[in-house]
Design a protein around this ligand. Structure first.
Ligand SMILES: NC(=O)c1ccc[n+]([C@@H]2O[C@H](COP(=O)([O-])OP(=O)(O)OC[C@H]3O[C@@H](n4cnc5c(N)ncnc54)[C@H](O)[C@@H]3O)[C@@H](O)[C@H]2O)c1
Length: 246
């Protein structure tokens, strides 16, 4: 039985992971951590690490960058592997995560969906084969999302960069400089509204044709399943930084 703990358990994703964990016979949900305790939960929800006495086997984190950093200090102290699914980290926080992975196993991915990881590979493949294409990434999310562009859009761009010797640079804001498009940029557009779970399109513009790759997440369940798979994956791994690879 895997003893699971969820950071950000009262959020949309935390609730989704908790529901999935409770439906599995091989997982025992110990509870979770959240600054918001207003919900009536069937499991323990803490907002003070000092009060957590039973040691989880693994922690899944869908919270906020500040909450993840706080969690990592607890996880290192207790030697617990962590799956980080939270997005929006700054460079200093990313470096801290890498540093922590020397002391505990950490699985970190901005998108836990298997299909999005396929999309990363497909986009890299297209970038490699459509050398002179101009690349734009458009993403749409619900209006409560805080970070932009999405961690997934950045993850796809990074995969393209890695396959192309980092030859692109990123343009997050076309309003700042009134200039024509640089062929070696990857442009990002973020749309926010309604209840959209997550949509990503990578567009490759050529002179006489346009190639688009789109993924639409219709349920948060895909991320919850991916996070639980990742938790099972790192459970008995040595310390290190792990991420989604196909
Ligand atoms: N990797 C993926 O596949 C994936 C998929 C979906 C969402 N996400 C990311 O996961 C994160 C959470 O998404 P969500 O839609 O569940 O958001 P949400 O706002 O619904 O939930 C976040 C939860 O974390 C809690 N929290 C925030 N800061 C805290 C703090 N300092 N201390 C304690 N608790 C704190 C909030 O109270 C809330 O309950 C976001 O960063 C989002 O982008 C990742």
């Amino acid at each position: 039985l895997i003893k699971l703990f969820i950071n950000g358990i009262n959020g949309k994703m935390g609730t989704e992971v908790a529901t999935l964990a409770n439906s599995r016979d091989d997982i025992h949900l110990l509870g979770g951590y959240d600054k918001c305790l207003s919900q009536k939960n069937k499991y323990s929800v803490y907002n003070n690490y000092e009060e957590i006495f039973e040691k989880p086997d693994v922690i899944i984190d869908f919270s906020s960058p500040e909450a993840t950093i706080e969690l990592l200090n607890f996880a290192i102290d207790k030697k617990i592997p962590v799956v980080i699914a939270t997005t929006g980290f700054n460079n200093e926080q990313k470096e801290f995560i890498i540093k922590c992975s020397k002391k505990i196993p950490i699985f970190h991915s901005s998108n836990m969906s298997f299909e999005i990881n396929l999309m990363k590979n497909i986009s890299s493949y297209l970038a490699e084969n459509l050398k002179d294409a101009e690349i734009e990434i458009v993403e749409t999310h619900h209006s409560r999302k805080k970070d932009a562009p999405s961690g997934t859009a950045l993850m796809i761009a990074e995969a393209i960069q890695n396959s192309q010797n980092n030859s692109f640079h990123y343009n997050y804001d076309r309003f700042k400089n009134s200039q024509k498009r640089d062929p070696k940029e990857i442009g990002f557009s973020s749309i926010r509204g309604g209840n959209i779970v997550g949509e990503h399109t990578v567009i490759f513009f050529k002179e006489n044709e346009v190639f688009e790759v789109t993924h639409k997440a219709l349920s948060r369940n895909i991320f919850a399943e991916g996070a639980i798979n990742a938790a099972e994956f790192i459970l008995n791994k040595p310390c290190g930084y792990y991420t989604s690879q196909l």
